[in-house]
Design a protein around this ligand. Structure first.
Ligand code: HEM
Length: 278
């Protein structure tokens, strides 16, 4: 039996870095949409890598959001700020990626845009799942995935569960705050609407943070997260304007107009609105 000190060598024999990370598969995924690798258009590689890397980060965001939500549902929130901090930093990393992408000029993009066909980030099932998990509930977006029943099914299942924010409101109720019944138990497929009662509960909490320090910390981490999501969305809209101007998107929306509207979406609305009253 191997001693503790022998373990890395033993493991190394069994599994190399490339094996562990499945690098042959991963690095084989940046192929050109054309027939031959020789036709790989220079700027297309940047575009593909940014999107693939973002999808990997989205996978992690979904994983972490599910953990945070289950901790809150089980009243185990001591470690939730740590999870939310990681999520916020992932979003920050995603926001920085726009800086790299913006080295691609409109001329560069036009060399391969036609090859995208009707493909668009609008169809990112992971982005939609992340939004659904946080609290966004635009059911019509599931229709974009009807040709992939497993994906549509996963999104429908996520819609049917309480979101991260719904679980936070249920936690507030368990901790004695006056959260209306319709926020605690309702048809989860419908998006939470800003509520005067919930806003009043947050005001009450923020006016007495010493007594509710753990909830206060949780609330600030949520705002921090949504703030960074705003920044990601803003960078997206601005980068898209820089690259395609006001052309229609490949996904069929108005393009920049659609993305600008998205910047103003709020998944934790009462947490933002309560600030005016403090
Ligand atoms: C030059 C690069 C990019 C351009 C020109 C672009 C353009 C657009 C446009 C025009 C839309 C609106 C939907 C449509 O009609 O197509 C959109 C949506 C979207 N894009 Fe991008 N995009 C770019 C890069 C990215 C990157 C790097 C990501 C990262 C995953 C991304 C993710 C998304 C998502 C998730 C949506 C849906 C947003 C929502 O529904 O709120 N995009 N994009």
């Amino acid at each position: 039996m191997a001693k503790g000190t022998d373990r890395p060598a033993t493991l190394a024999k069994r599994r190399s870095y490339a094996d562990f990370l499945e690098l042959d598969t991963l690095l084989g995924l940046q192929h050109s949409f054309a027939d031959s690798d020789d036709d790989l258009l220079h700027n297309e590689l940047l575009f593909v890598i940014i999107h693939q890397a973002d999808e990997l980060w989205l996978k992690l965001l979904i994983h972490e959001t599910r953990l945070a939500r289950s901790q809150i549902a089980a009243d185990r929130i001591a470690q939730t700020p740590k999870v939310l901090t990681r999520m916020r930093r992932v979003l920050e990393q995603l926001s920085h990626a726009w800086d790299v992408l913006s080295t691609m000029t409109p001329v560069d993009y036009l060399t391969f845009r036609d090859r995208l066909g009707s493909g668009s980030g609008l169809q990112s099932a992971q982005y939609r799942e992340f939004e659904f998990l946080l609290g966004g509930r635009d059911r019509s977006k599931v229709d974009l995935h009807r040709d992939r029943p497993t994906v549509a099914g996963r999104l429908e299942a996520t819609l049917a569960e309480p979101s991260l924010y719904d679980e936070v409101l249920r936690l507030l109720a368990r901790r004695g705050f006056a959260i209306p019944q319709q926020c605690r138990d309702r048809d989860w497929t419908i998006e939470h609407q800003p509520s005067a009662e919930v806003r009043a509960a947050w005001v009450q909490l923020y006016r007495n943070v010493e007594a509710h320090w753990d909830l206060y910390e949780l609330a600030e981490k949520l705002v921090d997260l949504e703030h960074m999501l705003d920044i990601w969305r803003h960078h997206h809209a601005s980068t898209v304007e820089r690259v395609i101007g006001f052309k229609q998107g490949t996904g069929g929306t108005s393009g920049v107009g659609y993305l600008r509207q998205a910047v103003f979406r709020r998944f934790f609305p009462d947490l933002w609105e309560c600030r005016t009253e403090l």
